[in-house]
Design a protein around this ligand. Structure first.
Ligand code: FAD
Length: 525
């Protein structure tokens, strides 16, 4: 049964009393004028990490961006409320970033899915782009744009993430060295600020808000639409993997590959730690490998590395691609005869992780805890960082990939909120590596103590690596205190805090990030 309340001051008061009552749980759906506030669900209090479970008091299923604006206008003008609000995209965060304990979670997937493609020539600028709602998944955007032979340029490895979710973080993958992160591939945004204002912003219109929300961890506003530039979608992709037994040769070759963007469209790489990491990486890569690594040599663990790079193939260019692959292979120093090549459709290539997801789901290993650690490491510190990281791991027990690949600083816009290593922000170094320690935990083997131990180790690694001798920064960061956040943003902290004061002065948005405690103002004062 729904309780129908008209939107008025009195009813708003009732709503807030319910939300701030000691019970904190709405027992029945409330139709708050046009707002559909529902009781909390398990989904709203969990995420991919399965490390944090913070139930909200209520879930908003908006039908329009105006619904979000109505809620935030109301909360930001009611002085005694303590209610916080989190947008939840696909909930693929690790540490509860999209959760709102005792607050309101906005289910962005409830907004009507809108994906409108504007093909080159139809608009006066001549640029092709797509307008997609903030809760749209990247896979949905890809499928829609491919219908007219187009696609966004910059991706994440996994596509079941929302536009708003990845743009609030960064959005990186093997294309980032060439096109920049997803946050550098946005033309315009519709945002509802923490004050409930609905603003269309771009690099030239309300630019402060535009750059604030890009990589802004959901702190400044809720993205309800993004305009993303498109390029021609290739028909196929030539996908190569080359194996290495030496880290320096591996990174030297990766850096060589990112120095030839005119030939190469994608560069990543990963550590081959054990049989499991070798085989799980093959789920989406349909090649027969002759590579039979010895993981223990003279009683010691031996680690290998794999570079993957890809070249887009258009129908007319197949012969040319063959020549390019040969030319590039000659420049690389991989382990002899261990270069493998497959040709797959563009969709299968971009959607490769969903094949791994399917395989892991079938073994009950997808919905398990994921204590992930992602770091941006300046080139000068990558060797030290990897030595340090590897010392903390037991290679025979580790499950999940460890990604290592280089990015280029000049593809990032320093106005965006995301924190990068100081050496990159200041232009002192041009190359930084992303290191993703993407561990899956089998809960029957690793229980609470073991999980806490891993989280503790990650904390230690992140702390130590952020010191000047390595100068790394966390990506998709999780910090325990405001001081840690201050250090994380470093020279960008003042601007970050000023933007918060401007766009969400009561600190209503994204409490799950744990950066700004909610501000309460007593009406009696
Ligand atoms: P959520 O987890 O729902 O939200 C994340 C944060 O953004 C929260 O603070 C939330 O409040 C805020 N938010 C959500 N929607 C909006 C909105 N519309 N407006 C404003 N704020 C919003 N990242 C990469 O960069 N590259 C990768 O290759 C990559 N691969 C991944 C693979 C997997 C399997 C997983 C689980 C994650 C991966 N990620 C990757 C991380 C991913 O980009 C982030 O976790 C991202 O936040 C997930 O999007 P989401 O829609 O699930 O966001």
């Amino acid at each position: 049964m729904e309780i129908n309340l008209l939107y008025s001051g009195v009813n708003a008061l009732i709503l807030l009393l319910i939300l701030s009552s000691p019970y904190k749980i709405i027992q029945k759906p409330i139709d708050f004028g046009s707002l559909n506030l529902l009781p909390t669900t398990d989904t709203a209090s969990t995420d991919f990490g399965r490390l944090q479970f913070n139930p909200p008091a209520s879930v908003l299923k908006p039908k329009t961006p105006e619904d979000i604006s109505l809620l935030l206008s109301f909360l930001s003008s009611s002085s005694f409320s303590q209610v916080s609000v989190s947008a939840r995209g696909a909930g693929h965060s690790i540490h509860g970033q999209a959760q709102a304990l005792d607050g309101i979670v906005i289910d962005m997937g409830s907004l009507p899915l809108e994906i409108k493609v504007h093909k080159n020539g139809e608009m006066e600028s001549g640029l092709s782009y797509v307008d997609a709602s903030g809760g749209a998944l990247w896979i949905e955007v890809l499928k829609e744009t491919m219908k007219v032979g187009l696609a966004p340029r910059s991706w994440t490895d996994y596509l079941y993430l929302t536009i708003g979710g990845t743009l609030s973080n960064g959005g990186i993958s093997g294309q980032t060295f060439k096109h920049g992160p997803q946050i550098a591939n946005v033309l315009e945004l519709d945002v509802v600020t923490g004050k409930g204002e609905m603003v269309t912003c771009s690099p030239t219109k309300s630019s402060e808000l535009f750059y604030a929300v890009l990589g802004g961890l959901g702190q400044f506003g809720i993205i309800t639409r993004a305009r993303v530039p498109l390029q021609q979608a290739p028909k196929k992709v030539r996908w190569q993997r080359a194996f290495y037994d030496d880290f320096e040769t591996f990174t030297k070759d990766q850096e060589l590959l990112i120095s030839i963007p005119e030939l190469v469209d994608y560069v990543e790489g990963f550590v081959v730690l054990n049989e499991q990491s070798l085989h799980s990486s093959l789920v989406a890569f349909p090649a027969h490998l002759e590579f039979k690594p010895e993981f223990v040599r003279n009683g010691r663990f031996k680690v290998y590395y794999c570079i993957e790079f890809a070249i887009h193939v258009n129908q007319v260019e197949s012969i040319h691609v063959e020549k390019v692959v040969k030319e590039i292979s000659r420049m690389l120093s991989y382990m002899q005869s261990h270069l493998y090549s497959v040709e797959v459709s563009y969709l299968d290539f971009l959607n490769r992780v969903s094949m791994e997801e399917e395989s892991l789901r079938s073994k009950g290993l997808w919905e398990v805890p994921h204590p992930w650690l992602n770091m941006f490491v300046p080139r000068s510190g990558i060797k030290k960082f990897m030595n340090f990281l590897m010392e903390s791991l037991s290679p025979n027990e580790f499950e999940g990939p460890i990604l290592v690949y280089p990015l280029l600083s000049d593809k990032w816009n320093t106005n965006a909120s995301i924190a990068l290593p100081r050496a990159i922000e200041t232009g002192k170094e041009r190359v930084m590596y992303v290191v993703g320690v993407l561990r899956s935990i089998n809960p029957t083997v690793c229980k609470m103590d073991c999980l806490n131990q891993i989280l503790h180790e990650h904390h230690q690694i992140a702390q130590a690596a952020s010191r000047p001798h390595i100068g790394a920064r966390q990506y998709l960061a999780h910090h325990r205190s405001r001081i840690d956040w201050h250090e994380h943003f470093d020279s960008k902290w003042t601007r970050f805090a000023e933007r918060k004061a401007q766009f969400d002065p009561l600190h209503i948005l994204a409490p799950g990030q744990g950066i700004f405690p909610r501000v309460t103002v007593d009406l009696q004062e």
